[in-house]
Write a protein that binds this ligand. Structure first.
Ligand code: NDP
Length: 445
Protein backbone atom coordinates (compact mmCIF):
# COMPACT_ATOMS: atom_id res chain seq x y z
CA UNK A 1 0.00 0.00 0.00
CA UNK A 2 1.10 3.50 -0.80
CA UNK A 3 2.50 5.46 2.22
CA UNK A 4 -0.01 8.27 1.94
CA UNK A 5 -2.86 5.80 1.88
CA UNK A 6 -1.47 4.00 4.93
CA UNK A 7 -1.26 7.33 6.75
CA UNK A 8 -4.81 8.28 5.75
CA UNK A 9 -6.16 4.98 7.10
CA UNK A 10 -4.12 5.27 10.29
CA UNK A 11 -5.54 8.71 10.93
CA UNK A 12 -9.04 7.39 10.39
CA UNK A 13 -8.49 4.61 12.93
CA UNK A 14 -7.01 7.07 15.38
CA UNK A 15 -9.99 9.41 15.00
CA UNK A 16 -12.64 6.69 15.41
CA UNK A 17 -10.89 3.92 17.36
CA UNK A 18 -13.93 1.74 18.06
CA UNK A 19 -15.61 1.83 14.65
CA UNK A 20 -14.10 -1.29 13.11
CA UNK A 21 -16.81 -1.89 10.49
CA UNK A 22 -16.45 1.72 9.35
CA UNK A 23 -12.66 1.22 9.00
CA UNK A 24 -13.30 -1.94 6.99
CA UNK A 25 -15.66 -0.20 4.55
CA UNK A 26 -13.41 2.86 4.13
CA UNK A 27 -10.30 0.72 3.64
CA UNK A 28 -11.93 -1.18 0.80
CA UNK A 29 -13.09 1.96 -0.99
CA UNK A 30 -9.85 3.87 -0.37
CA UNK A 31 -7.71 1.04 -1.78
CA UNK A 32 -9.86 0.98 -4.93
CA UNK A 33 -9.99 4.70 -5.55
CA UNK A 34 -6.47 5.71 -4.51
CA UNK A 35 -4.86 5.12 -7.94
CA UNK A 36 -7.75 7.08 -9.49
CA UNK A 37 -7.21 9.96 -7.04
CA UNK A 38 -3.50 10.00 -7.84
CA UNK A 39 -4.32 10.39 -11.52
CA UNK A 40 -6.73 13.23 -10.70
CA UNK A 41 -4.89 15.64 -8.37
CA UNK A 42 -7.91 17.97 -8.16
CA UNK A 43 -9.57 15.36 -5.88
CA UNK A 44 -6.47 15.20 -3.69
CA UNK A 45 -6.24 18.98 -3.41
CA UNK A 46 -9.92 19.29 -2.48
CA UNK A 47 -9.51 16.46 0.08
CA UNK A 48 -12.53 14.66 -1.32
CA UNK A 49 -11.80 11.31 0.35
CA UNK A 50 -11.12 12.97 3.72
CA UNK A 51 -14.39 14.91 3.46
CA UNK A 52 -16.33 11.88 2.23
CA UNK A 53 -15.30 9.92 5.35
CA UNK A 54 -16.61 12.58 7.75
CA UNK A 55 -20.43 12.55 7.99
CA UNK A 56 -22.03 15.88 7.16
CA UNK A 57 -24.13 15.43 10.28
CA UNK A 58 -24.60 12.74 12.95
CA UNK A 59 -27.70 12.73 15.12
CA UNK A 60 -27.89 10.59 18.27
CA UNK A 61 -30.83 10.64 20.62
CA UNK A 62 -32.56 8.94 23.52
CA UNK A 63 -35.71 6.96 22.76
CA UNK A 64 -37.93 6.24 25.76
CA UNK A 65 -41.12 4.21 25.64
CA UNK A 66 -43.27 1.93 27.79
CA UNK A 67 -43.41 -1.83 27.25
CA UNK A 68 -46.52 -4.03 27.66
CA UNK A 69 -45.93 -4.24 31.42
CA UNK A 70 -45.80 -0.46 31.74
CA UNK A 71 -42.02 -0.49 32.36
CA UNK A 72 -39.82 2.32 31.05
CA UNK A 73 -37.55 1.24 28.20
CA UNK A 74 -34.55 3.22 26.94
CA UNK A 75 -32.95 2.82 23.54
CA UNK A 76 -30.57 4.90 21.48
CA UNK A 77 -31.58 6.31 18.08
CA UNK A 78 -29.24 7.46 15.32
CA UNK A 79 -29.25 9.07 11.91
CA UNK A 80 -25.98 9.46 10.03
CA UNK A 81 -26.34 12.02 7.22
CA UNK A 82 -23.22 11.15 5.32
CA UNK A 83 -23.22 12.99 2.02
CA UNK A 84 -25.75 15.13 0.14
CA UNK A 85 -23.62 16.09 -2.88
CA UNK A 86 -25.93 14.47 -5.44
CA UNK A 87 -29.30 14.54 -3.68
CA UNK A 88 -31.18 14.35 -0.36
CA UNK A 89 -29.78 11.84 2.14
CA UNK A 90 -31.26 8.43 1.42
CA UNK A 91 -30.77 5.12 3.19
CA UNK A 92 -32.48 2.69 5.49
CA UNK A 93 -33.16 2.39 9.21
CA UNK A 94 -31.89 -0.70 11.03
CA UNK A 95 -33.45 -1.91 14.29
CA UNK A 96 -31.19 -4.57 15.78
CA UNK A 97 -29.47 -4.98 19.18
CA UNK A 98 -26.05 -5.00 17.47
CA UNK A 99 -26.49 -1.48 16.07
CA UNK A 100 -23.74 1.00 17.00
CA UNK A 101 -22.63 4.29 15.55
CA UNK A 102 -19.77 2.46 13.77
CA UNK A 103 -22.19 0.04 12.09
CA UNK A 104 -24.35 2.89 10.82
CA UNK A 105 -21.36 4.90 9.62
CA UNK A 106 -20.16 1.93 7.57
CA UNK A 107 -23.62 1.50 6.09
CA UNK A 108 -24.02 5.24 5.39
CA UNK A 109 -20.59 5.41 3.74
CA UNK A 110 -21.40 2.44 1.48
CA UNK A 111 -24.79 3.96 0.73
CA UNK A 112 -23.24 7.15 -0.71
CA UNK A 113 -21.46 5.27 -3.51
CA UNK A 114 -24.28 2.77 -4.01
CA UNK A 115 -26.76 5.59 -4.53
CA UNK A 116 -24.39 7.28 -6.96
CA UNK A 117 -24.34 4.08 -9.04
CA UNK A 118 -28.13 3.92 -9.35
CA UNK A 119 -28.18 6.84 -11.83
CA UNK A 120 -30.78 8.54 -9.58
CA UNK A 121 -30.23 11.79 -7.62
CA UNK A 122 -29.81 10.52 -4.06
CA UNK A 123 -27.24 11.31 -1.37
CA UNK A 124 -26.36 8.78 1.32
CA UNK A 125 -27.44 8.26 4.93
CA UNK A 126 -28.35 5.49 7.36
CA UNK A 127 -29.95 5.31 10.75
CA UNK A 128 -31.57 3.06 13.28
CA UNK A 129 -31.52 1.91 16.85
CA UNK A 130 -30.35 -0.85 19.16
CA UNK A 131 -34.06 -1.69 19.65
CA UNK A 132 -34.83 -5.38 19.02
CA UNK A 133 -38.26 -5.94 17.41
CA UNK A 134 -37.94 -9.70 18.00
CA UNK A 135 -40.37 -10.97 20.62
CA UNK A 136 -42.14 -7.60 20.90
CA UNK A 137 -45.90 -7.20 20.44
CA UNK A 138 -47.26 -5.01 17.63
CA UNK A 139 -48.21 -2.44 20.25
CA UNK A 140 -44.67 -2.34 21.62
CA UNK A 141 -43.21 -1.94 18.13
CA UNK A 142 -45.66 0.89 17.48
CA UNK A 143 -44.81 2.58 20.79
CA UNK A 144 -41.11 2.39 19.97
CA UNK A 145 -41.55 3.66 16.38
CA UNK A 146 -43.61 6.62 17.60
CA UNK A 147 -41.05 7.51 20.26
CA UNK A 148 -38.23 7.20 17.68
CA UNK A 149 -40.05 9.50 15.24
CA UNK A 150 -40.79 12.03 18.00
CA UNK A 151 -37.12 13.02 17.66
CA UNK A 152 -36.22 11.97 14.11
CA UNK A 153 -38.94 14.10 12.47
CA UNK A 154 -36.90 17.28 13.08
CA UNK A 155 -34.08 16.04 10.89
CA UNK A 156 -35.82 14.46 7.89
CA UNK A 157 -38.15 15.54 5.09
CA UNK A 158 -38.90 14.74 1.44
CA UNK A 159 -36.19 17.15 0.21
CA UNK A 160 -33.78 16.65 3.11
CA UNK A 161 -33.50 13.04 4.16
CA UNK A 162 -35.73 10.12 3.18
CA UNK A 163 -35.24 6.97 5.31
CA UNK A 164 -36.42 3.46 4.35
CA UNK A 165 -36.26 -0.07 5.81
CA UNK A 166 -33.31 -2.35 6.57
CA UNK A 167 -32.80 -5.20 9.05
CA UNK A 168 -35.71 -5.20 11.51
CA UNK A 169 -37.58 -2.45 9.66
CA UNK A 170 -40.19 -3.62 7.16
CA UNK A 171 -43.66 -2.49 6.05
CA UNK A 172 -45.08 -2.63 9.59
CA UNK A 173 -42.39 -0.36 11.07
CA UNK A 174 -42.43 2.05 8.10
CA UNK A 175 -46.20 2.35 8.62
CA UNK A 176 -45.91 3.30 12.29
CA UNK A 177 -43.04 5.71 11.56
CA UNK A 178 -44.93 7.35 8.70
CA UNK A 179 -48.12 7.68 10.75
CA UNK A 180 -46.28 9.48 13.53
CA UNK A 181 -44.40 11.80 11.14
CA UNK A 182 -47.70 12.73 9.47
CA UNK A 183 -49.33 13.42 12.82
CA UNK A 184 -46.52 15.66 14.07
CA UNK A 185 -45.96 17.58 10.82
CA UNK A 186 -49.55 17.54 9.60
CA UNK A 187 -48.42 16.77 6.05
CA UNK A 188 -48.64 13.73 3.78
CA UNK A 189 -45.33 13.65 1.93
CA UNK A 190 -42.85 11.14 0.57
CA UNK A 191 -40.69 11.34 3.69
CA UNK A 192 -40.15 7.58 3.93
CA UNK A 193 -39.96 4.88 1.26
CA UNK A 194 -41.06 1.29 1.57
CA UNK A 195 -44.60 2.54 2.22
CA UNK A 196 -47.46 0.16 1.55
CA UNK A 197 -49.18 0.40 -1.82
CA UNK A 198 -52.48 1.80 -0.58
CA UNK A 199 -50.80 4.83 1.02
CA UNK A 200 -48.47 5.92 -1.77
CA UNK A 201 -45.87 3.18 -1.83
CA UNK A 202 -44.35 1.87 -5.04
CA UNK A 203 -45.06 -1.41 -6.71
CA UNK A 204 -42.01 -3.76 -6.59
CA UNK A 205 -40.38 -1.89 -3.65
CA UNK A 206 -40.78 -4.92 -1.39
CA UNK A 207 -39.29 -7.19 -4.04
CA UNK A 208 -36.69 -4.70 -5.33
CA UNK A 209 -33.50 -5.66 -3.49
CA UNK A 210 -33.94 -9.40 -4.05
CA UNK A 211 -35.13 -9.07 -7.64
CA UNK A 212 -32.42 -6.52 -8.44
CA UNK A 213 -29.84 -8.87 -6.97
CA UNK A 214 -30.91 -11.58 -9.39
CA UNK A 215 -30.91 -9.18 -12.37
CA UNK A 216 -27.37 -8.19 -11.44
CA UNK A 217 -26.33 -11.84 -11.01
CA UNK A 218 -27.67 -12.62 -14.46
CA UNK A 219 -25.70 -9.74 -15.96
CA UNK A 220 -22.56 -11.11 -14.34
CA UNK A 221 -23.23 -14.65 -15.56
CA UNK A 222 -23.92 -13.40 -19.10
CA UNK A 223 -20.36 -12.04 -19.30
CA UNK A 224 -19.27 -15.69 -19.21
CA UNK A 225 -22.09 -16.90 -21.46
CA UNK A 226 -23.85 -18.51 -18.51
CA UNK A 227 -27.37 -18.20 -17.09
CA UNK A 228 -29.16 -19.03 -13.85
CA UNK A 229 -31.14 -21.89 -15.36
CA UNK A 230 -30.44 -25.14 -13.52
CA UNK A 231 -27.82 -23.53 -11.28
CA UNK A 232 -27.79 -24.51 -7.62
CA UNK A 233 -28.10 -21.41 -5.46
CA UNK A 234 -27.30 -21.04 -1.78
CA UNK A 235 -28.88 -18.11 0.09
CA UNK A 236 -28.37 -16.89 3.66
CA UNK A 237 -30.99 -14.96 5.59
CA UNK A 238 -34.74 -15.37 5.31
CA UNK A 239 -35.86 -11.76 5.53
CA UNK A 240 -36.91 -9.30 2.86
CA UNK A 241 -33.85 -9.57 0.61
CA UNK A 242 -33.46 -13.35 0.89
CA UNK A 243 -37.14 -14.10 0.25
CA UNK A 244 -37.36 -12.17 -3.00
CA UNK A 245 -33.92 -13.22 -4.23
CA UNK A 246 -35.06 -16.83 -3.75
CA UNK A 247 -38.36 -16.16 -5.50
CA UNK A 248 -36.80 -14.55 -8.58
CA UNK A 249 -34.01 -17.13 -8.79
CA UNK A 250 -36.65 -19.89 -8.71
CA UNK A 251 -38.65 -18.10 -11.42
CA UNK A 252 -35.48 -17.99 -13.54
CA UNK A 253 -35.09 -21.77 -13.33
CA UNK A 254 -32.47 -21.99 -10.60
CA UNK A 255 -32.60 -24.45 -7.70
CA UNK A 256 -32.41 -22.56 -4.41
CA UNK A 257 -31.52 -24.98 -1.63
CA UNK A 258 -30.84 -22.98 1.53
CA UNK A 259 -32.01 -20.09 3.70
CA UNK A 260 -31.10 -19.17 7.26
CA UNK A 261 -31.72 -16.94 10.24
CA UNK A 262 -29.53 -16.05 13.18
CA UNK A 263 -30.18 -19.47 14.78
CA UNK A 264 -29.23 -21.71 11.84
CA UNK A 265 -29.75 -22.73 8.22
CA UNK A 266 -32.14 -25.06 6.39
CA UNK A 267 -30.97 -27.26 3.51
CA UNK A 268 -33.64 -28.53 1.15
CA UNK A 269 -31.85 -30.42 -1.67
CA UNK A 270 -35.05 -30.57 -3.75
CA UNK A 271 -35.09 -26.77 -3.90
CA UNK A 272 -37.78 -24.25 -2.95
CA UNK A 273 -40.86 -23.96 -5.14
CA UNK A 274 -43.70 -21.42 -5.04
CA UNK A 275 -45.50 -23.28 -2.26
CA UNK A 276 -42.41 -23.62 -0.05
CA UNK A 277 -41.53 -19.96 -0.56
CA UNK A 278 -45.06 -18.95 0.41
CA UNK A 279 -44.63 -21.01 3.60
CA UNK A 280 -41.37 -19.17 4.41
CA UNK A 281 -42.97 -15.75 3.82
CA UNK A 282 -45.88 -16.61 6.08
CA UNK A 283 -43.53 -18.06 8.71
CA UNK A 284 -41.19 -15.04 8.77
CA UNK A 285 -43.49 -12.12 7.95
CA UNK A 286 -46.78 -13.07 9.59
CA UNK A 287 -46.03 -15.55 12.36
CA UNK A 288 -42.52 -14.12 12.87
CA UNK A 289 -41.27 -17.64 13.63
CA UNK A 290 -37.86 -19.29 13.28
CA UNK A 291 -36.52 -20.91 10.09
CA UNK A 292 -36.04 -24.17 12.00
CA UNK A 293 -39.80 -24.72 11.71
CA UNK A 294 -39.40 -25.08 7.93
CA UNK A 295 -37.04 -28.03 8.45
CA UNK A 296 -39.51 -29.69 10.83
CA UNK A 297 -42.45 -29.10 8.49
CA UNK A 298 -40.68 -30.15 5.27
CA UNK A 299 -38.47 -32.87 6.79
CA UNK A 300 -35.19 -31.46 5.60
CA UNK A 301 -31.85 -30.84 7.23
CA UNK A 302 -31.41 -28.08 9.83
CA UNK A 303 -27.87 -26.83 10.37
CA UNK A 304 -28.04 -25.41 13.87
CA UNK A 305 -25.91 -22.29 14.47
CA UNK A 306 -24.39 -22.68 11.01
CA UNK A 307 -24.16 -20.62 7.86
CA UNK A 308 -25.05 -22.39 4.60
CA UNK A 309 -21.62 -21.88 2.94
CA UNK A 310 -20.62 -25.53 3.30
CA UNK A 311 -23.36 -26.62 0.88
CA UNK A 312 -22.17 -27.27 -2.68
CA UNK A 313 -23.46 -24.63 -5.09
CA UNK A 314 -22.85 -22.72 -8.33
CA UNK A 315 -24.03 -19.36 -7.01
CA UNK A 316 -23.94 -17.96 -3.46
CA UNK A 317 -26.13 -15.04 -2.40
CA UNK A 318 -25.38 -13.78 1.13
CA UNK A 319 -28.53 -11.90 2.18
CA UNK A 320 -28.36 -11.72 6.00
CA UNK A 321 -25.75 -9.39 7.51
CA UNK A 322 -22.20 -8.03 7.47
CA UNK A 323 -19.12 -10.27 7.75
CA UNK A 324 -21.08 -13.51 7.44
CA UNK A 325 -18.60 -15.07 4.96
CA UNK A 326 -15.17 -15.70 6.49
CA UNK A 327 -11.97 -16.51 4.59
CA UNK A 328 -12.49 -20.21 5.30
CA UNK A 329 -16.13 -20.04 4.12
CA UNK A 330 -14.93 -18.37 0.90
CA UNK A 331 -12.35 -21.10 0.32
CA UNK A 332 -14.97 -23.78 0.93
CA UNK A 333 -17.37 -22.15 -1.54
CA UNK A 334 -14.74 -21.93 -4.28
CA UNK A 335 -13.44 -25.46 -3.64
CA UNK A 336 -17.00 -26.75 -3.95
CA UNK A 337 -17.32 -25.19 -7.41
CA UNK A 338 -19.05 -21.88 -6.70
CA UNK A 339 -18.54 -19.58 -9.71
CA UNK A 340 -20.46 -16.51 -8.61
CA UNK A 341 -21.03 -14.65 -5.34
CA UNK A 342 -23.42 -11.68 -5.41
CA UNK A 343 -24.10 -9.78 -2.20
CA UNK A 344 -27.69 -9.05 -1.21
CA UNK A 345 -26.51 -7.97 2.24
CA UNK A 346 -24.16 -5.07 2.89
CA UNK A 347 -20.49 -6.12 3.30
CA UNK A 348 -21.30 -9.79 4.06
CA UNK A 349 -17.83 -10.93 2.99
CA UNK A 350 -14.82 -10.19 5.20
CA UNK A 351 -11.85 -8.53 3.44
CA UNK A 352 -10.03 -11.91 3.50
CA UNK A 353 -13.01 -13.62 1.84
CA UNK A 354 -13.08 -10.93 -0.86
CA UNK A 355 -9.38 -11.60 -1.50
CA UNK A 356 -10.18 -15.29 -2.04
CA UNK A 357 -12.94 -14.50 -4.57
CA UNK A 358 -10.83 -12.00 -6.49
CA UNK A 359 -7.73 -14.21 -6.32
CA UNK A 360 -9.64 -17.14 -7.83
CA UNK A 361 -11.19 -14.79 -10.41
CA UNK A 362 -14.75 -15.94 -9.83
CA UNK A 363 -17.63 -13.52 -10.49
CA UNK A 364 -17.88 -11.45 -7.32
CA UNK A 365 -20.50 -8.68 -7.07
CA UNK A 366 -20.11 -6.46 -3.97
CA UNK A 367 -23.23 -5.28 -2.15
CA UNK A 368 -23.00 -1.65 -3.16
CA UNK A 369 -23.60 -2.72 -6.76
CA UNK A 370 -25.50 -6.00 -6.45
CA UNK A 371 -28.06 -4.93 -3.82
CA UNK A 372 -28.67 -1.41 -5.15
CA UNK A 373 -32.08 -2.45 -6.49
CA UNK A 374 -33.77 -1.62 -3.18
CA UNK A 375 -32.66 1.96 -3.02
CA UNK A 376 -33.25 2.31 -6.76
CA UNK A 377 -36.93 1.52 -6.41
CA UNK A 378 -36.98 3.76 -3.32
CA UNK A 379 -35.75 6.50 -5.67
CA UNK A 380 -38.54 5.60 -8.07
CA UNK A 381 -41.00 5.73 -5.15
CA UNK A 382 -39.80 9.30 -4.44
CA UNK A 383 -40.36 10.21 -8.10
CA UNK A 384 -43.87 8.75 -8.05
CA UNK A 385 -44.66 10.60 -4.81
CA UNK A 386 -43.51 13.90 -6.34
CA UNK A 387 -45.70 13.22 -9.38
CA UNK A 388 -48.55 11.97 -7.16
CA UNK A 389 -48.80 8.95 -9.46
CA UNK A 390 -48.32 5.20 -9.15
CA UNK A 391 -46.63 3.33 -11.97
CA UNK A 392 -47.61 -0.22 -12.92
CA UNK A 393 -45.70 -3.29 -11.81
CA UNK A 394 -44.35 -3.76 -15.34
CA UNK A 395 -43.14 -0.16 -15.50
CA UNK A 396 -41.29 -0.28 -12.18
CA UNK A 397 -39.84 -3.74 -12.81
CA UNK A 398 -38.61 -2.66 -16.24
CA UNK A 399 -36.92 0.42 -14.78
CA UNK A 400 -35.36 -1.71 -12.03
CA UNK A 401 -33.91 -4.15 -14.58
CA UNK A 402 -32.55 -1.23 -16.64
CA UNK A 403 -30.93 0.33 -13.58
CA UNK A 404 -29.27 -2.95 -12.56
CA UNK A 405 -27.93 -3.30 -16.08
CA UNK A 406 -26.62 0.28 -15.98
CA UNK A 407 -24.90 -0.41 -12.64
CA UNK A 408 -23.34 -3.54 -14.10
CA UNK A 409 -22.11 -1.60 -17.13
CA UNK A 410 -20.44 1.00 -14.89
CA UNK A 411 -18.71 -1.78 -12.92
CA UNK A 412 -17.36 -3.29 -16.12
CA UNK A 413 -16.32 0.10 -17.52
CA UNK A 414 -14.32 1.08 -14.43
CA UNK A 415 -13.34 -2.37 -13.19
CA UNK A 416 -12.14 -4.32 -16.22
CA UNK A 417 -8.44 -5.03 -16.60
CA UNK A 418 -6.74 -7.84 -18.53
CA UNK A 419 -10.03 -9.50 -19.42
CA UNK A 420 -11.23 -9.75 -15.79
CA UNK A 421 -13.84 -7.51 -14.22
CA UNK A 422 -13.02 -6.53 -10.67
CA UNK A 423 -16.50 -5.41 -9.64
CA UNK A 424 -15.17 -4.02 -6.34
CA UNK A 425 -12.90 -1.54 -8.09
CA UNK A 426 -15.50 -0.86 -10.76
CA UNK A 427 -18.28 -0.01 -8.29
CA UNK A 428 -16.03 2.03 -6.01
CA UNK A 429 -14.42 4.11 -8.74
CA UNK A 430 -17.66 4.74 -10.67
CA UNK A 431 -19.54 5.76 -7.50
CA UNK A 432 -16.68 7.83 -6.09
CA UNK A 433 -16.16 9.69 -9.37
CA UNK A 434 -19.76 10.86 -9.53
CA UNK A 435 -19.82 12.06 -5.91
CA UNK A 436 -16.36 13.65 -6.16
CA UNK A 437 -17.30 15.67 -9.24
CA UNK A 438 -20.41 17.01 -7.51
CA UNK A 439 -18.39 17.91 -4.41
CA UNK A 440 -15.85 19.79 -6.54
CA UNK A 441 -18.63 21.69 -8.31
CA UNK A 442 -20.20 22.73 -5.01
CA UNK A 443 -17.03 24.10 -3.40
CA UNK A 444 -15.75 23.65 0.12
CA UNK A 445 -18.95 23.03 2.09
P1 NDP B 1 -34.57 -8.53 7.44
O1 NDP B 1 -34.62 -8.01 8.82
O2 NDP B 1 -35.82 -8.61 6.65
O3 NDP B 1 -33.87 -9.97 7.43
C1 NDP B 1 -32.60 -10.16 7.93
C2 NDP B 1 -32.26 -11.62 7.87
O4 NDP B 1 -30.88 -11.81 8.22
C3 NDP B 1 -33.06 -12.45 8.86
O5 NDP B 1 -33.21 -13.75 8.37
C4 NDP B 1 -32.14 -12.43 10.09
O6 NDP B 1 -32.34 -13.51 10.98
C5 NDP B 1 -30.79 -12.53 9.44
N1 NDP B 1 -29.78 -11.90 10.30
C6 NDP B 1 -29.79 -10.62 10.76
N2 NDP B 1 -28.73 -10.41 11.56
C7 NDP B 1 -28.06 -11.58 11.61
C8 NDP B 1 -26.88 -12.00 12.26
N3 NDP B 1 -26.17 -11.15 13.04
N4 NDP B 1 -26.46 -13.29 12.07
C9 NDP B 1 -27.17 -14.14 11.27
N5 NDP B 1 -28.31 -13.80 10.64
C10 NDP B 1 -28.74 -12.54 10.80
O7 NDP B 1 -33.46 -7.60 6.69
P2 NDP B 1 -33.25 -7.38 5.14
O8 NDP B 1 -33.54 -8.62 4.39
O9 NDP B 1 -33.92 -6.13 4.78
O10 NDP B 1 -31.68 -7.07 5.11
C11 NDP B 1 -30.70 -8.10 4.96
C12 NDP B 1 -29.40 -7.48 4.48
O11 NDP B 1 -29.63 -6.81 3.22
C13 NDP B 1 -28.78 -6.42 5.39
O12 NDP B 1 -27.37 -6.48 5.27
C14 NDP B 1 -29.28 -5.11 4.77
O13 NDP B 1 -28.43 -4.02 5.08
C15 NDP B 1 -29.18 -5.47 3.29
N6 NDP B 1 -29.99 -4.65 2.41
C16 NDP B 1 -31.35 -4.54 2.57
C17 NDP B 1 -32.09 -3.77 1.71
C18 NDP B 1 -33.57 -3.71 1.78
O14 NDP B 1 -34.18 -3.12 0.86
N7 NDP B 1 -34.23 -4.28 2.78
C19 NDP B 1 -31.45 -2.99 0.64
C20 NDP B 1 -30.03 -3.25 0.49
C21 NDP B 1 -29.35 -4.03 1.37
P3 NDP B 1 -33.14 -13.28 12.37
O15 NDP B 1 -34.57 -13.21 11.99
O16 NDP B 1 -32.78 -14.43 13.19
O17 NDP B 1 -32.62 -11.97 12.93
Amino acid sequence: MNNELVEFLEQLRHRYPAETEFHQAVTEVAKSVWPFIEKNPQYRKAKILERATEPERTIMFRVTWLNRHGEVQINRGYRVQMNSAIGPYKGGLRFHPSVTLGTLKFLAFEQVFKNALTTLPMGGGKGGSDFDPKGKTDEEVMAFCQAFMNELYRHIGPNTDVPAGDIGVGGREIGYLFGQYKKIRNEFTGVLTGKRLNWSGSRIREEATGYGLIYFTEEMLHTRNLSLTDKTVVISGSGNVAQFAAEKAFLRGAKVVTMSDSDGAIYDPAGFNGEKLAYIKELKNVRRGRIKEYAQQHRCQYLEKQHPWGIKCDVALPCATQNEISEQDAKTLVQNGCICVAEGANMPSTPEAVEVFLGRKILYGPGKAANAGGVSVSGLEMSQNSLRLQWTTEEVDKRLAEIMKAIHNQCVRFGEADGFTNYVNGANVAGFRKVAEAMLDQGVV
